[in-house]
Design a binder for this molecule. Structure first.
Ligand SMILES: [Zn+2]
Length: 232
């Protein structure tokens, strides 16, 4: 239904940008031409609302898929018509799940969220630069410093265990390594360097112990290019 709407209105809206993704590919249709329930979902997930806005064909397709997926889980979330899952928001290719990939996260703290630990624990290592012994049981303790690391790790690699697979991350099969490098407030650069050095030093051991095909997402930062982090 939405594709038809896009096609029928293409000629009159080609000069407008999509209100959601800012692309101007000529496929935009007026927001008000969307079905009422789709308008409601879009409106709930946009940063600002304009009644004369245009929405592109790709965004209509994404939100239509989101609407169908959310509708199939209404037995779990009564308000599930308000938040599309991350892979849908990002239009992620679901053929790529992060299998055989390990992602290292460095943040102020983490929590052993069930979307990372059930039905199989995919937290293959935990390290805190503040303690001499790595104690994964610390991941079971709620801490005000842990919310951001929990959010990012679950958005990336959560499998949606607590939501019947609905709110999974972009790489739901990936393993994760969690490295605590801060407490509350700003994380000092030397802490980031310390965490990165631990990851690099442990890479070989972790790779061999968990998968012969394991690959790491190596990353470089450009934010601290005048510090020793440049060489990490
Ligand atoms: Zn768009």
């Amino acid at each position: 239904m939405s594709d038809t709407l896009v096609t029928n209105n293409k000629a009159t809206t080609s000069s407008q940008q999509c209100h959601l993704c800012r692309r101007a590919d000529g496929s935009q249709i007026p927001y008000t031409d969307l079905p009422a329930d789709l308008q409601q979902l879009v409106e709930a997930n946009e940063t600002s609302h304009q009644t004369d806005a245009q929405v592109c064909k790709d965004c209509v397709a994404i939100f239509t898929r989101a609407q169908q997926k959310l509708a199939s889980h209404t037995n779990i979330f009564s308000d599930s018509d308000r938040a599309p899952p991350t892979p849908l928001r990002m239009d992620a290719d679901e053929r790529f799940t992060g299998r055989d990939i390990t992602i290292a996260f460095l943040d102020s703290g983490f929590y052993a969220h069930k979307d990372l630990t059930e039905p199989v624990n995919r937290i293959i290592a935990y390290h805190s630069i503040f303690t001499p012994e790595d104690d994964p049981t610390l991941l079971q303790s709620p801490d005000v410093a842990s919310w951001h690391g929990m959010m990012t790790s679950v958005v990336a690699a959560g499998n949606g265990f607590l939501s019947d697979g609905l709110y999974k991350g972009i790489a739901p099969d990936a393993n994760v390594v969690l490295v605590k490098i801060g407490k509350t407030g700003r994380i000092p650069e030397e802490n980031i360097e310390s965490g990165l050095r631990w990851v690099l030093a442990k890479e070989r051991r972790l790779s061999h112990s968990h998968s012969k095909h394991l690959r790491w997402w190596r990353f470089r930062t450009t934010l601290f290019c005048t510090t020793p982090l440049q060489g990490c």
